[in-house]
Design a protein around this ligand. Structure first.
Ligand SMILES: [Zn+2]
Length: 78
C-alpha cells in the first residue's frame, strides 16, 4: 500500500510568535506546507489549528508569517 495516488502531501508544522487568530483569538497556529511527489516543499499558508481559518498565501515562510500578522492586526475585533 502506498500513497502514490495522492498528487501531493500536505504537512502542518506548529508555529509560535505570531499574532493570535483574528477569528477565534487563539494562538495555536501552524504553517501548511505542500510537498509535491517530486520537488521541494512549498509553503502554502498559515492555518489556525483551533478554527481552521487560513491566512494569505505566500511563497516563503517569512512572508507567510508577515502576512498573517498584518491580517491578524487589521481583522481582529476591536
Ligand atoms: Zn482561529
Amino acid at each position: 500500500m502506498t500513497n502514490s495516488h495522492l498528487p501531493q502531501q500536505l504537512a502542518l508544522l506548529s508555529v509560535s510568535g505570531l499574532l493570535p487568530c483574528p477569528f477565534c483569538g487563539m494562538a495555536k497556529l501552524a504553517r501548511v506546507t505542500r510537498t509535491p511527489p517530486e520537488g521541494e516543499p512549498e509553503p502554502i499558508c498559515i492555518q489556525c489549528e483551533t478554527c481552521g481559518a487560513t491566512g494569505p498565501t505566500a511563497t516563503t515562510h517569512d512572508h507567510l508569517s508577515a502576512l498573517w500578522d498584518v491580517r491578524a492586526s487589521t481583522e481582529r475585533p476591536a
